[in-house]
Ligand binder design. Structure first.
Ligand code: AKG
Ligand code: FE2
Length: 277
């Protein structure tokens, strides 16, 4: 539609962004959603019934229930702005500049995290690494891209994203710990000193990552001034067999899709049998 409003403040990455992606394993775009998209997306998320139910609880109630976060995967209940994220020009340009032309939409998720949430340890995300079927071996080197959105941002020390720039060059290891990764032992493989970087981003930010890069999240303190952090994620995979969470596409998404968007959805979704030879 020619009269569609912009989702992002610009439509294409700079070449230095792409250089940064290859060097560091991620690109951070602080405040990249337009004001209108940020307001629209935030409203759509906060109006979802299970999200409303979750944020209407008090911290004490959530702690009693042992539920400091609300999580849904796949996140299919998307409104106008949530839907537009999937193939907004900046997203398409980033994927084409990094993965190339052959990629598919894998899945999405939504998480609302309240005070008292645990940290998420440093990890890589890729669903072919730690499974040992022939298909998993064949698919290991392919791109798996996570696009992280932070509608209300995060501050350092308050459920902030931690990245280890350059760690996408370290081959996946099941038994890797934070201490091992940062010990210096893998610096040669990464061709740099591996250290944590604690990010801080304003509302409306996106972080585009190669999911091979180690990343984690700090805890959300009980005294956090931000009552809850909103996080939504879209994941894209290089063309090939399904990953562990490659989602079934709702039929109405397919029938409403443009020919270009349809291509993103035309792939198999994951089932228990997907990897069994
Ligand atoms: O919550 C975040 O900022 C990132 C979460 C993450 O790394 C994950 O869900 O795999
Ligand atoms: Fe992750």
């Amino acid at each position: 539609m020619a009269d569609e409003k912009s989702v992002f403040r610009f439509d294409a990455p700079l070449s230095e962004d792409i250089d940064g992606f290859h060097r560091d394993g991620y690109i951070a775009y602080p405040g990249v959603l337009t004001d209108e998209a940020l307001e629209g997306l935030t409203g759509e998320i906060l109006n979802l019934e299970p999200v409303r139910d979750f944020i209407n609880l008090s911290d004490v109630e959530r702690q009693k229930m042992g539920r400091p976060s609300y999580f849904v995967r796949p996140w299919n209940d998307r409104g106008y702005w949530g839907d537009r994220l999937i193939d907004a020009p900046l997203v398409t340009a980033l994927l084409q500049a990094t993965v190339g032309p052959d990629y598919h939409f894998c899945h999405s998720a939504l998480r609302i995290t309240a005070r008292g949430a645990n940290p998420i340890r440093l990890h890589q995300d890729h669903h072919h690494w730690f499974h040992e079927y022939p298909v998993n071996f064949a698919e290991r080197e392919k791109y798996y891209i996570q696009i992280l959105y932070y509608p209300n941002g995060f501050r350092k020390g308050d459920h902030n994203l931690i990245v280890v720039p350059g760690s996408h060059k370290v081959s996946p290891k099941k038994e890797m710990t934070r201490e091992m990764l940062l010990s210096g032992k893998y610096d040669k493989e990464a061709s740099r000193e591996l250290k944590e970087k604690h990010l801080e981003v304003p509302p409306g930010s996106m972080v585009y990552i190669n999911a091979r890069m180690y990343h984690g999240v700090e805890a959300k303190p009980l005294y956090s001034p931000q009552a809850y952090r909103i996080f939504n994620i879209d994941i894209f995979k290089e063309a090939g067999p399904p990953h562990r969470y490659t989602q079934e596409i709702p039929p109405q998404w397919i029938s409403a899709a443009s020919p270009e968007r349809k291509k993103l959805f035309e792939r198999e979704h994951y089932t228990e049998k997907s990897w069994i030879p």
